[in-house]
Design a protein around this ligand. Structure first.
Ligand code: 5IU
Length: 276
């Protein structure tokens, strides 16, 4: 469990992946391991929420394809907010096709994800060619890829040998894969002899985090920041509705308050984990 007890700053210092290094540096600078997931369908709401939570997050997670009035100006404004508040951008695209197709989905179309998203993610289901396909676009831009090793939903099939094989795929492509979407640390998973390797430092970003409810009635399962960061050794908590509530009746002070609350809980858990 090497990376579990190291500080974010120590890990940032010699991380070989540009996006991972940027994220670890941002976490350390802002003392925030909170990523807010902004799953709303109107551009104005999307930007308003990001401007409110910006001071409290290291990362903003997007689902750009759900925005009904998407335009290029939205991306420009998102980038302005990313500079203003000092956070990175993670498009939660969950690529899942053959290498050639994902390289086009990543670089082209309406959204041109690779041009603005520091981090994106992919299902390992097609095998290693999904990584090489995405790397052919993103690597030279200094982007990072997260593999979906596990999911937070009830009955997820991403368990056991599937998860182990995802970790093995990542180990073979450390130049572009910076970590996992998972529910626990992956150190040692799928490794010979069952131990983690000293030289690998995959970041674990974890959705399914909430302080007030345990689920959403649609399969989502929530755990607390402490369970995620201390007990499971993950690095970044991803929180959506727990922060922004009802996007159609935006409570401006409430959003700010919840973002600060989750940021503080996430940081407190991290300090406990590293023994401070
Ligand atoms: N998300 C999950 N669970 C997963 C993966 C992604 O919840 O296993 I992979 C996404 C879905 C949504 C966000 O965009 O993270 C969680 O939002 P809520 O905190 O509102 O449930």
């Amino acid at each position: 469990m090497v990376t579990k007890t190291k500080t974010y700053a120590q890990r940032a210092k010699d991380h070989p992946n540009t996006a991972a290094k940027q994220l670890l540096e941002t976490i350390d600078r802002k003392k925030s391991n909170l990523c807010v997931s902004v799953d709303v369908t109107r551009k104005a709401n999307f930007l308003a929420i990001i401007d409110l939570v910006g001071p409290f997050v290291c990362l903003v997670k997007t689902h750009i394809d759900i925005i009904e009035d998407f335009d290029h100006d939205l991306i420009e404004q998102l980038q302005v907010l990313s500079k203003k508040h000092d956070f990175l951008i993670f498009e939660d695209r969950k690529f899942a096709d053959i290498g050639n197709t994902v390289s086009l989905q990543y670089s082209s179309g309406v959204h041109k994800i690779a041009s603005w998203s520091h981090i994106t993610n992919a299902h390992p289901v097609p095998g290693p060619s999904i990584i090489t396909g995405l790397a052919s676009v993103g690597k030279s831009l200094g982007r990072g890829l997260l593999l979906l090793a596990e999911m937070s939903t009830k009955g997820s099939l991403a368990v056991g040998s599937y998860t182990e094989d995802a970790v093995k795929m990542a180990r073979a492509h450390k130049d572009f894969v910076m970590g996992f979407i998972a529910q626990q640390r992956m150190d040692g998973v799928g490794a010979e002899g069952g131990s983690g390797t000293e030289e690998e430092d995959f970041l674990i970003l974890t959705p399914g985090v909430g302080l007030d409810v345990k689920g959403d009635g649609m399969g989502q399962q929530y755990r607390t920041p402490r369970e995620v960061i201390v007990e499971s050794g993950c690095d970044v908590i991803i929180v959506g509705r727990g922060v922004y509530g009802n996007p159609n009746a935006l409570d401006v002070d409430g959003v700010r308050r919840q973002a600060e609350r989750y940021m503080k809980e996430g940081w407190k858990a991290y300090l406990e984990r590293i023994g401070e």
